[in-house]
Structure formats: structure tokens, C-alpha cells
Design a binder for this molecule. Structure first.
Ligand code: HEC
Ligand code: HEC
Length: 306
């Protein structure tokens, strides 16, 4: 390396930039403080103030809590209402006041005030025959309209009817619903049993589960009295439905039900029993099995030739 280069490296020329000290202009400080101030105001209004749970559009933990799904009894009530409307409201009414000739009231009913096991028995096993509800006599029939519900839905519906329309009997837990169901369904087939069965056998289990037997008889031969019904004042037998319905027609009829039962004597009273609307209650695969069962009932070799 030449001497000249060496001296150039070790002795920087004095041509480089120099920094002169001077005071910061006051406007920058003011601007910075203003930005900080408005930033903080913005932050305060648009976030939960360092709360990691709170994001836009919520501005505080209180507001967030207001919009949260309710827990416990409130959740069961929020969930119970739609389930009630689908499975019970058609007869007992959205107002819980029942309907004349169709179903007694749940508002102010002593049945709703009973212990959970006794109350749960009604939607799980049905209710038949003369009962008194809030001082009035009823003599109708309710099929186990809740038998197809999950324990959680059943608990929610029961909580809903116990805590609505002025009733105040407290919430029902999923465990309580489960216990009540186990007490009633002790001999119902398990999921493993059902998987082994033929569609017709499963259909028979569905027939029992939803209390079709309660009105149409244990072997679907009918015969339960239905005063002033055109069908011989009895609930009809189902063993010949294969002659009158295709499978689809049968399923559609069961889904729809029949509220208006033709009368034997048109001037006489309305027959007390009608065919419930099962659409919202029985699942499609259960309906399929149910139809297979009913269509298999026609006694073999009995073909009338038309
Ligand atoms: C197809 C109409 C119908 C549907 C749907 C129905 N019920 Fe009923 N319910 C009745 C009838 C009819 C009675 C009275 C039975 C009798 O006279 O023995 C009754 C009685 C009751 C009673 C006892 C009497 C009272 O009014 O307090 C309770 C409790 C009850 N039902 C709850 C329910 C619940 C819960 C559901 C839904 C899961 C439901 N019902 C769905 C028709 C219905
Ligand atoms: C509360 C009583 C009651 C219950 C429970 C009931 N039914 Fe009915 N069902 C009736 C009545 C009453 C009729 C007659 C309707 C008519 O005369 O139009 C009927 C009619 C029928 C018919 C038409 C029969 C025909 O000859 O056209 C079928 C099919 C039927 N029910 C199936 C069922 C099934 C399946 C269940 C169970 C999921 C069931 N029913 C539960 C009362 C009931």
C-alpha cells in the first residue's frame, strides 16, 4: 500500500457532514402531544381499554356481556322457546293458554308445578284420559311429543314452560331430563340394538317411542274409542294402510296429521282425539322406518283382488 493511501485512510478529510445542535421547534412537541391525546381518546372509544376480550364493534366489557349468549337458565329459555313452538305450541299455544278442545293450558297449570320427574313424564310418555288442569276437566290424549328430543332440548322446553307466562318453578337441567328419560325408557332399544334391526323392526320401535300405540293400539289394530268419529267412533286400525297409501303418501300424512276428524253425526260434538302433526317431531329416517313397519302390517295372503 502506498504511503499516500495510508494517510488518506487514517486521516479523514474534514469534508463530511456535521450536525449542529439546535432546539426542537415547539410546534412539533404540540403536534405530538395532540396526536397522543386524540389517539388515546380514539382508543378509549373504540376498544375495551386493554381488555383482551373486547374487540370492535364492542367498546366495553359491559357491552360485550350484554350481547353474549346467555348461560344457565336464560340460555335454556332462549333455546326452549323455538323447541316449544315446534313441538308443543301448536296445541298449547304460544301464550301457554292451551286451546279449547285441543289442549289444556300450561300457564298456571298444577302439572307444570310438579317435580321434574313427574312433569317430564308427560312429554316423554304421553298423557291419556280425564285430567283436571287449573280447576277445569279435560279428557283428551297427548302423545309423547317430546320423546324425540335430545335431553338438552327437553330440559330447555321444560325450563321454558316452568319459567314463562307467570310460571316460576325454576330451571330443569340436562341431567334431570336424562334421569327422567332413563326411568321411562328403561326397556327402549339401545343404538346398538337399533343398528342390528331390520327397517320394519326399527319402525315398530319408533311406533312405540312416539306413542302411536296409545291411540292406534299396541298392534296398530286401532279400536281406541273416539266418540262421534266417522270411523266407527274408534281410532282407525293401521294394518291396511298398504292398500290406501304409497310410502310417500303415508309419510306425508303422518307428518301432516289430521286436525279435522269427520263426524258420524254432523250435528254432534267434535271427536276428542285427532291425529297429531308429527312433521316437526319425528326425524326423516325414523319416518322411513315407521312407514316400512306400517306397510308390512297387512296380513299375508290377504289380497281382495282390487
Ligand atoms: C297434539 C297436541 C299436543 C301437543 C303437540 C302437545 N301437547 Fe301437551 N297436552 C295435550 C293434551 C290433549 C293434553 C291433555 C291430555 C289429557 O286430557 O289427558 C296435554 C297435557 C299436557 C300437560 C299436562 C296438563 C297441563 O296442561 O298442564 C303438560 C305439562 C303438557 N301437555 C306438556 C306438553 C309439552 C311440554 C309439549 C311439547 C313437548 C306438549 N305438551 C305437546 C296436547 C298436546
Ligand atoms: C292422539 C291420538 C293419536 C296418536 C297418538 C296417533 N294417531 Fe294416527 N290417527 C289418529 C286419528 C283420530 C286418526 C283418524 C284421522 C281421520 O279420521 O281422518 C288417525 C289416522 C292415522 C292414519 C291414517 C289411517 C287411515 O286409515 O287413513 C295413519 C297412517 C296414522 N294415524 C298413523 C299414526 C302414527 C304412525 C302415529 C305415531 C307416530 C300416530 N298415528 C299417532 C289419532 C292418533
Amino acid at each position: 500500500m502506498s504511503d499516500e493511501l495510508k494517510s488518506n485512510l487514517s486521516q479523514p478529510s474534514d469534508a463530511g457532514p456535521t450536525a449542529a445542535r439546535s432546539t426542537m421547534p415547539i410546534w412539533i412537541i404540540v403536534l405530538t402531544l395532540l396526536l397522543l391525546f386524540f389517539g388515546a381518546v380514539y382508543f378509549d372509544h373504540h376498544s375495551g381499554w386493554f381488555d383482551k376480550q373486547v374487540y370492535a364493534p364492542y367498546t366495553s366489557a359491559d357491552q360485550l356481556a350484554l350481547y353474549q349468549p346467555k348461560s344457565g337458565a336464560a340460555a335454556a329459555q332462549a333455546r326452549g322457546r323455538p323447541a316449544y313452538e315446534a313441538a308443543c305450541g301448536v296445541c298449547h299455544g304460544s301464550d301457554g293458554l292451551g286451546k279449547l278442545g285441543q289442549a289444556p293450558p300450561l300457564a298456571g297449570s298444577e302439572w307444570v308445578a310438579k317435580d321434574v320427574a313427574s312433569l317430564a313424564r308427560i312429554p316423554l310418555a304421553g298423557l291419556n284420559g280425564p285430567v283436571q288442569v287449573a280447576g277445569k276437566d279435560w279428557n283428551l290424549s297427548m302423545a309423547p311429543m317430546g320423546a324425540g328430543m335430545s335431553d338438552a332440548d327437553l330440559a330447555a322446553v321444560l325450563t321454558y314452560i316452568r319459567e314463562s307466562w307467570g310460571n316460576k318453578y325454576g330451571a330443569v337441567s340436562t341431567d334431570e331430563a336424562k334421569t327422567a328419560r332413563a326411568a321411562i325408557n328403561g326397556n327402549a332399544p339401545s343404538a346398538a340394538d337399533l343398528a342390528r334391526m331390520t327397517p320394519g323392526e326399527r319402525g315398530h320401535a319408533v311406533y312405540q317411542k312416539f306413542g302411536c300405540a296409545q291411540c292406534h293400539g299396541p298392534d296398530a289394530k286401532g279400536g281406541v274409542p273416539n266418540p262421534n268419529a266417522k270411523t266407527a267412533e274408534q281410532i282407525p286400525s293401521l294394518i291396511y294402510v298398504a292398500d290406501g297409501y304409497t310410502k310417500d303418501e303415508l309419510i306425508n300424512f303422518i307428518k301432516r296429521g289430521e286436525r279435522d276428524i269427520p263426524r258420524m253425526n254432523p250435528a254432534g260434538p267434535e271427536p276428542p282425539h285427532f291425529m297429531p302433526q308429527w312433521g316437526p317431531i319425528i326425524t326423516d329416517s325414523e319416518l322411513d322406518d315407521l312407514a316400512a313397519y306400517l306397510l308390512s302390517l297387512k296380513p299375508k295372503g290377504e289380497n281382495l283382488g282390487f
